[in-house]
Each structure stands twice: as C-alpha cells, then as structure tokens.
Ligand binder design. Structure first.
Ligand SMILES: C[S@@+](CC[C@H](N)C(=O)[O-])C[C@H]1O[C@@H](n2cnc3c(N)ncnc32)[C@H](O)[C@@H]1O
Length: 399
C-alpha cells in the first residue's frame, strides 16, 4: 500500500513542532515523492530552511508553494519572512502586506512587517504593525522589544523605554531580558554596561548580513577600512604582503579587502556566523574564526604582526580588556590599527544608536597602560548615519 501523503505531512508537522528538523524534513520529502507539487510540503520545507539559516532554500520552497496557491496567506507570510531574511526588504514588505490583507491578526507577520519597515529606515510606518503585534501577544517579550526598537528609531525615547520595560518584565529567555536591559541603558534609563551583549551583536549582524555591504558602501558611505589602510601606509607600513594580519570583527570582509595588500597571511574573526558566511565567499582570508574577540585573542599569544579592527570596538564600552588582549596577540614590534566613534568627557558612553563612543584621550591612556605605544592618532568621518557624519578617531599603536 502506498503511504498516505496527508498522514506523512501530519507526521512531519509533529516532528517539526517537537524541534526535530531532520525528521520533519524526511516526512515532507516523502510527501513530495508522492505529490511533487504539494504546496503545504513546499511551504513547510521553506520554513525549515529558514530555521536553518538557508535563505536560498527558503525562497525556493515558498515560491513553489505560492505557485500552487498564490492567495494562501500562510504561504505569503512565509514568503515575506524568507525575503526579509534574505535582505530583500521591499519585496518582503509587499508579501507581508499581502498576507496581512488576508489575515490581519497574524502577530508574527505584523512583527516581521514592522521589523522590515524599520530596517528600511521607516520606523514611523513600523509603529502601527508593531503595536498591533504587541497587543495580539500580550505579555510576550519579542514583539515588545521590536516595538521598543522602532520607537527608539522614531525618536520616541519615553515610548521606547516603556516598551523595553514591559519586554523586560515579560522576558522568559535570558537573552531577551539582556537585550531589553541594553536598550534601556542606551536610552539612559540605567548605567551603561561594560560591553554590548554578544547575543545582541550576533543577532544584529546576522540580520544585517545580506544587506550589509550594499548599505555600507552605498547610502552609509563607509570609509573606515580605507582610512585605516591610509594610516598604515602613511606610517611607513608598506602594502608588501609581508605581515600576519588579524582582521578583528571582520564582518563580510570589507575591512579584509583593505588589509589584504599588507598580509602574507590574513585571518578574520567575528561572532556573527552570517557575516562570516558572506566573508567566506571572498577568496581573501586564510582562516575565519567564529568567536568573541575577548575569548579568542588569548588563544594566539604573539601570533600577529598587525591586528586591525574597523568599526568593531564601538560594541565594547570598557576597552581595557580588549586593548590588553590585542597587545598580547601582537608579536613584539607588531601594530594595532582601529577606529572608535569619538565621544568626549567620560571614558565611554553608550549612545542611543546602541553603540559606544570613546573619548580619544582615554583610549590613548588605556593603550599606554596595555603596553601599546601611540604611533598615530587622527580624527576622521567613519560613515554617515541618518544623513549626519559619524565622527571617529583612528589609532595606530605599536607593541
Ligand atoms: C560594523 S561591522 C564591521 C565589519 C568589518 N570590520 C568592516 O569594516 O566592514 C562590526 C563587526 O564586528 C563584529 N563584532 C562586534 N563585536 C564583536 C566581538 N566582541 N567579537 C567579535 N566580533 C565582534 C560584528 O559581528 C560585526 O560583524
């Protein structure tokens, strides 16, 4: 007797709900053996692919599901989520709105729409769907946190703090509570912690990864890698491919492109797997490591001639541990080159944009305390943010 595709689908859904992705996939694929065009099986394989971070697979399957049933709101919603995950935000907004037109009370789709609009730079438009999502899921941290971020970006600090407080009260998972606390600190409601939570930074850049380069090199006019390379050559460090170079917080590899001419061996390190996946596409790095820089640097004492960090140390407040770890990872005579966002007065401050600013004089003092001598320090515009220049300080230090 041939298997019943509906029973196979049900069995897959049960495995899926229990978190057994591999088991669920087997059942969905068996359904497709009997019914290759089965829209539900394709839709669920799309969800599964998205859960695994396979954006291309998610797009392929949701497209096949919609080819069979173009009006099905669940498929439209999953298509929208897959497009957002792939960084195709304008298309995501269209699909999510089409899903909501057919099923207006879908809290997850409302949240996805709000977050996509926010990422597109329109937090005002994100407020209504995010408020609706929070209303539909009362006492749930994730929509409240998304709402808090949108309000912060829409310059409603009081509203953002209220939503973040509610998210903190509701948070069952420690990671969400940590994010809510960090947001409250950025809004000035509590003291700034010594660093951004690693989980927050990872999630931020995992989401940003597919759009990072287009946005940074386009609208944001990102210049830090070029400024650091200029600092090196002007200090007499020639781009002769002679050095063992570590690109700390390498991201997708924009900084690696600028550092490669100096490198005999180029290694990259980042805590965002999706940024690293983008970096891996470049034939640039000899090795890439997924880790927090504070954990990883001590594993390579005196391992590098140059350690560079472009637009990375602004996710740390207290730079003393990072500078000590960088110094220890440098061979004698080696160099550190990095940027910080410039602040004044306090040694560090957490800005509302959720990145730290550092007073350059304090950074220089911390570097000296870590055994790093100042070779060069200069001011520069790192990039643009909401149409305004982000003022930074660039440092070249030697061990
Ligand atoms: C703005 S991006 C810059 C990427 C790259 N350096 C460039 O110039 O394009 C900052 C990167 O630093 C990484 N990062 C931030 N804090 C980190 C930490 N503590 N350890 C490792 N990576 C970190 C982030 O994941 C992100 O990829």
């Amino acid at each position: 007797m041939s298997p019943d595709p509906s029973a196979l689908l049900q069995a897959g859904v049960a495995r899926h709900a229990a978190g057994d992705l591999a088991g669920a996939e087997q059942f969905y694929r068996q359904v497709l053996k009997c019914r290759p065009l089965d829209a539900n099986a394709h839709n669920l394989l799309g969800v599964l692919a998205r859960q695994r971070g396979d954006a291309a697979g998610a797009l392929r399957h949701t497209e096949r599901a919609l080819a069979q049933q173009p009006e099905e709101p669940v498929f439209l919603a999953n298509r929208g989520a897959a497009l957002a995950e792939a960084g195709r935000l304008p298309e995501a907004v269209i699909a999510l709105r089409a899903a909501l037109a057919r099923r207006p009370e879908d809290a997850v789709t409302l949240r996805n729409l709000g977050q996509a609009l926010c990422a597109l730079g329109d937090p005002q438009a994100a407020l209504a769907p995010l408020e609706a999502a929070a209303r539909l899921q009362p006492g749930t941290a994730a929509p409240l946190l998304a709402l808090a971020h949108a309000r912060r970006e829409a310059s409603d600090a009081a509203g953002a703090a209220a939503a973040a407080e509610a998210a903190l009260a509701a948070a069952a998972q420690p990671a969400l509570a940590e994010q809510a606390r960090f947001l409250l600190a950025a809004l000035g409601r509590s003291g700034a912690p010594a660093r951004a939570p690693a989980g927050y930074v990872r999630e931020l850049f995992d989401q940003f990864a597919p759009r990072f380069e287009a946005e940074l090199t386009g609208r944001l006019g990102y210049r830090t890698p070029a400024l650091l390379a200029g600092l090196l050559t002007e200090a007499g460090i020639a781009p002769r491919r002679a050095l063992r170079v570590l690109d700390l917080g390498c991201g997708t590899g924009l900084s690696g492109v600028a550092l490669a001419p100096f490198a005999r061996r180029l290694e990259g390190l980042d805590l965002s797997p999706r940024m690293l996946a983008e970096a891996r596409r470049r034939p640039l790095y000899d090795a890439l490591h997924e880790a927090d820089l504070l954990d990883w640097l001590p594993t390579r004492p005196a391992g590098f001639d140059l350690v560079a960090a472009a637009d990375v140390l602004n996710y740390l407040g207290d730079l003393a541990p990072a500078l000590a770890a960088i110094a220890a990872a440098l061979a004698p005579g080696g160099h550190a080159a990095f940027s910080v966002e410039a602040g004044e007065g306090a040694s560090f401050a957490l800005a509302e944009a959720m990145r730290y600013r550092h007073d350059p004089a304090h950074v220089a003092a911390l570097a000296a305390a870590a055994g790093l001598a100042l070779v060069e320090q200069r001011a520069g515009v790192l990039r643009m943010e909401r149409g305004a220049p982000v003022e930074g300080a660039l440092f070249l230090l030697s061990r």
